[in-house]
Design a protein around this ligand. Structure first.
Ligand SMILES: Nc1ncnc2c1ncn2[C@@H]1O[C@H](COP(=O)(O)OP(=O)(O)OP(=O)(O)O)[C@@H](O)[C@H]1O
Length: 242
């Protein structure tokens, strides 16, 4: 796995002309493990989706991400009523390799079965994905990421609403990715988890309030600034003017 660096230069991303990420500059070092933290509405998901190429920047640049990333979206953003088996859901991870309409061969199926087994879901291949618990479904999405085998992994609230055992097992998968030299970036709200397991942190409140070693970024002063900025956001704020 060749390590991937992502460089961000003066990035602004807006929704309906309102800036969600504002003039962000910095880099995710190759093979780094970074938490993105900040209050609700701070622009964390917007940044992750911009890194995945799903939001176009209004200004600035993202370099090094194109074709390199695999994204775990927030579960709440997914339609689980879609009639898919667990195996099919995992096989979506091969789209980038095979294209949407090319048949998946036996080798692809074997890889998908192995990925399901790696996240503790051996025997779930034919189960409808819609019948799974939230924790089981998150395991399926992790299996899909395993199959994508990307140098950069983007995770949006990967441990949200999971029990302690599922969280611990999926955190072990994240650490394995980091150990393999992948660049891993996760949006998280649990600051104890961030302090314990994520060496780097980006603290976002639309603007960047700190980006570097977690202990230096998650200071009481920085967190207070983030909270105060969140409280000050005017819903009718205009487009970025600076
Ligand atoms: N599709 C959209 N259309 C319009 N506004 C949006 C859209 N997506 C996000 N926003 C707005 O952009 C801002 C940033 O949202 P975003 O989801 O990136 O924040 P977040 O930090 O991930 O929040 P949370 O912690 O609540 O998930 C918010 O004000 C949100 O209302």
């Amino acid at each position: 796995m060749s390590p991937a660096e992502i460089r961000i230069a003066d990035l602004t991303v807006s929704h309906q002309r309102r800036a969600a990420v504002h003039h962000l500059t910095g880099r995710f070092a190759p093979g780094s493990l970074t938490a993105i933290v900040g209050p609700n509405g701070a622009g964390k998901t917007t940044l992750l989706r911009a890194l995945a190429g799903l939001h176009r920047p209004d200004e600035g640049r993202i370099e090094g991400a194109a074709g390199q990333v695999a994204l775990l979206p927030q579960q709440s953003s997914l339609d689980r009523a879609f009639p898919l088996t667990c195996l099919d859901a995992v096989l979506f991870g091969l789209w980038a390799e095979t294209g949407a309409f090319r048949a998946i061969g036996r080798a692809g199926r074997a890889r998908a079965e192995a990925a399901l087994a790696a996240v503790g879901l051996q025997g779930f291949e034919r189960r409808p994905a819609g019948s799974l618990s939230a924790g089981q479904f998150q395991r399926v999405l992790f299996a899909r990421l395993l199959l994508q085998d990307a140098p950069v992994i983007l995770l949006d609230e990967p441990f949200n609403a999971l029990d302690a055992r599922t969280s611990a097992e999926l955190l072990a998968v994240v650490k394995r990715w980091h150990g393999e030299g992948r660049t891993v970036i996760a949006v998280l709200h649990d600051l104890d988890l961030v302090r314990r397991d994520f060496p780097e942190t980006l603290l976002l409140a639309r603007d960047c309030l700190g980006w570097g070693p977690t202990g230096e970024v998650l200071t009481a002063a920085n967190r207070l600034r983030a909270r105060m900025m969140a409280e000050a956001w005017a819903e009718q704020a205009e487009a970025c003017a600076a």
